[in-house]
Every structure is written in structure tokens, then in C-alpha cells.
Design a protein around this ligand. Structure first.
Ligand SMILES: [Zn+2]
Length: 413
């Protein structure tokens, strides 16, 4: 067997295509494989599928999987067909080893899609010596195609979460919408205002979903967002789940501690995580240090910390009634606090009273939102250094969208 034929088999090249030459250059670190079609071959018209002979050809190159440490490239002259059927015209045929318009083979793209779950694109870019822009384009294309096949017709319970994405711009937030039953990301979009809810509903409908069928929405407590959700999802009970409530409380606590740390640096320096972590997650020495801080002085941080623990405690309630009693007690104390930000939190809780307590009836699990939030944080890390928020959203779909990429492009066998 000729080596060309061997490469043809390994690449899954079938007639009318065949490997005609394999050139290996140690100096330029390359393996170049040329593929050509047999004389007189016909190709399916990309419009109607009828066979037609080649009309003319264009030279193309595709990056393939590395051959050991060598970069491998496929080359071929890609024909256009002049279809006899009226209305089809002259069209370029699709080659079986690559997506139309892509400079990569399907196998290379499959590797990119598998790796981008765990590896920052910047690292892949160095590894393959391919620009990150080209890799992002591949990821975006697969995500778009896979999302186009998604069916949202049975979506009834959604969660939404806003994420701070980057510094120094107006559009520095991304809002994600999740299906709480299927536990997956449905939609990500820039911004955090009520427009994001409109865009979500448009996307939901584009995937066969019905906004009127949405019965529950676990969301953040920001005013503009609540308004958007109520307008767009008329039948949804809006719930403020524990994750969002505690997140907001932690934001206040962090601010109070940071301000106070400037006054008492010796006591409070580097104590942020002591206050924000749950007490059961602290090591023994961390716990001792936190106890010492709390005992040492009459600190605002300590008071705020106790409000946080008491608020968390509400979520151990086993019924709405019990939760309401605990929340009432929490609110009474917090509303009288000398700390402005705590009174502020008490006010927010009062304003969202029913939404917070609905959690105990609709039983929307916040564990999922918390878990998915950490997935989204890792998406942020993967996309780090890229100004384009679309990249962050694309990676979030790859990680949390449960998309079926195999349905998008069956790989050559
Ligand atoms: Zn045709």
C-alpha cells in the first residue's frame, strides 16, 4: 500500500477524493497532505443535491490535528459545480472533511470544542499556534449551530443571574438565564436591565418556548430586572432565592468590612474571606482568628457578620410560616442597626418580602444556581483577557448549556 493511501484511510477520505501527495518537512515543522478528486468526478449540488461535474476550482488549505509535534495541513482544489437545475447556479461544493468556510478540518474543530471546556483559549492558541480569534470563531460557530437545534418548549421554571464581567465599560454585565429543571444555561446576554428579559423571551420563543408557560422565576433583586421579568413572564411567580439574597448580604458585609479595615488595619487586614466564608468551611485557625476579631472590639464588621448568619439561618426553616417568623425577627433587628448598609439591606428585604418567602413554597433549589455560578466563574477565567463578552457567553454555553455538538456536525468516520 502506498503511504498516500494509508493517509487517505487514516483521514477517512473516500472517493471521489483521494490523497495524492504527502510532504513532510522537518525544517518547517510541517506535514502537508494534498487531496484531489478523480477525473470526471461529480459532486452534489449544495442547493438541490443533484450530481454535477466540476465547473472550476479554488485552492484551499485546512489546519488538521498535529501529527506528533508537526503541524498538519490538508490541501485541495475545491470545485464549484454549475448545477443543471434552474435557480441553483454556480456553487462551491462542501468537502467531507471540513465545515463550509472553515480553515480547519472537522477533527481539528472537534478537538478545539473538547478542549475549550477545560483550557483557556489563549493557552490553546499557543499550543496550536493558531490565533485566538480563529479559535473563538470556531467555538462561536458550533455554539450557534448547536443552539439552533435546541427546543425550549417545555421550559417552565427559570433562574436568572447577573455576572460582573469586566471593568471600565458600561456593558460590563452579562445576564444568564437557566432552566431550573434541566439544570442548564438557556441564554446569555450583555447587560442587566429589563432589556435582557426581553431578549431572553425572544430567544425562548425562537426555540419553541412560550413565556406564558413560565410559572417560576428565581432572580436577582435588582429593580430594573424585576420589572423586566414581570412584564415578559406574566404568569411567573418571582422568587428571590437564597443564593441571591445571601449574595447581596455578603456584598454589604464586604463593603462594611473593607471600610472598617481602613480604620483598624491591624485587626482587620486580610480578613475578607473569614467574614464571607460560611463558618463551617473555615479551618480551625481561621475560626480562631475570626472569633478573636469578633471578641476584640465593638466592630461594625462583627455586627454585620451576625446579621448575615441570622439571615442565613432563615433558610433552615422548614415552612413558610417558620421562615416568616425568623425573617421578621431578623428584619426587626437589622432595621434598627446603626450601620447604614444594614438598614439598607433590611429595606431591600422588606421590599422583596413575598419574593423571598415564595422560595419556601416553590422549592426552587438554589444549590443549582450556586453550582452553575461557579461554572460561569470558570467561563470568565477561560475568556479572561478578551474584550469580547460574546466569547465569555459562548464558553458559558459550552460549559453549562448541555448542548449536543455531535448533532451539529457528524465527524467523518
Ligand atoms: Zn442544484
Amino acid at each position: 500500500m502506498q503511504p498516500e493511501a494509508l493517509f487517505g484511510i487514516a483521514l477517512g477520505i473516500t472517493p471521489p477524493w483521494e490523497v495524492t501527495s504527502v510532504a513532510f518537512s522537518k525544517e518547517s515543522n510541517r506535514l502537508d497532505i494534498t487531496i484531489d478528486f478523480q477525473r470526471g468526478a461529480t459532486f452534489a449540488c449544495p442547493v438541490c443535491g443533484s450530481p454535477a461535474p466540476a465547473y472550476d476550482t479554488t485552492e484551499k488549505e485546512w489546519r488538521h490535528l498535529n501529527f506528533f509535534q508537526y503541524e498538519a495541513y490538508l490541501h485541495a482544489r475545491v470545485p464549484r459545480v454549475n448545477c443543471p437545475n434552474e435557480g441553483c447556479g454556480v456553487k462551491q461544493v462542501t468537502v467531507p472533511w471540513a465545515r463550509a468556510g472553515s480553515g480547519f478540518t472537522l477533527l481539528f474543530e472537534a478537538l478545539v470544542m473538547a478542549m475549550c471546556r477545560d483550557l483557556p483559549v489563549k493557552v490553546m492558541s499557543r499550543l496550536f499556534t493558531v490565533t485566538d480569534t480563529r479559535l473563538w470563531r470556531v467555538i462561536q460557530a458550533y455554539v450557534d449551530k448547536a443552539r439552533a437545534t435546541e427546543d425550549y418548549s417545555d421550559v417552565t421554571r427559570i433562574g436568572a443571574d447577573e455576572t460582573f464581567a469586566k471593568r471600565g465599560r458600561d456593558d460590563n454585565f452579562v445576564t444568564f438565564f437557566f432552566d431550573l429543571d434541566k439544570r442548564k444555561l438557556l441564554f446569555g446576554t450583555k447587560g442587566k436591565d429589563n432589556e435582557t428579559a426581553k431578549r431572553f423571551v425572544a430567544d425562548l420563543e425562537a426555540h419553541g418556548g412560550d413565556p406564558e408557560k413560565v410559572t417560576d422565576a428565581a432572580i436577582d433583586m435588582s429593580k430594573a430586572f424585576i420589572k423586566g421579568v414581570k412584564e415578559q413572564l406574566p404568569n411567573a411567580v418571582v422568587t428571590f432565592d437564597p443564593f441571591h439574597v445571601i449574595k447581596l448580604m455578603n456584598d454589604k458585609l464586604a463593603k462594611i468590612r473593607a471600610d472598617e479595615a481602613r480604620l483598624f488595619p491591624a485587626i482587620l487586614k486580610k480578613s475578607r474571606y473569614l467574614f464571607l466564608k460560611n463558618p463551617e468551611n473555615l479551618s480551625e485557625s481561621e475560626g480562631q482568628r475570626l472569633d478573636a476579631i469578633i471578641a476584640s472590639q465593638n466592630l461594625k464588621s462583627s455586627e454585620a457578620y451576625l446579621h448575615k448568619l441570622n439571615l442565613q439561618n432563615v433558610y433552615f426553616a422548614e415552612s413558610r410560616t417558620e421562615a416568616e417568623n425568623l425573617l421578621t425577627r431578623w428584619h426587626r433587628k437589622a432595621a434598627k442597626s446603626s450601620i447604614h448598609l444594614i438598614r439598607n439591606m433590611a429595606e431591600t428585604v422588606k421590599e422583596h418580602w413575598n419574593g423571598i418567602l415564595s422560595h419556601f413554597e416553590s422549592k426552587l433549589t438554589s444549590g443549582f444556581l450556586e453550582g452553575i455560578n461557579s461554572l460561569i466563574q470558570s467561563a470568565k477565567t477561560r475568556a479572561r483577557g478578551y474584550r469580547n463578552l460574546d466569547n465569555m457567553i459562548a464558553i458559558a454555553y459550552v460549559i453549562a448549556g448541555k448542548l449536543n455538538f455531535k448533532s451539529v456536525h457528524p465527524l467523518p468516520t
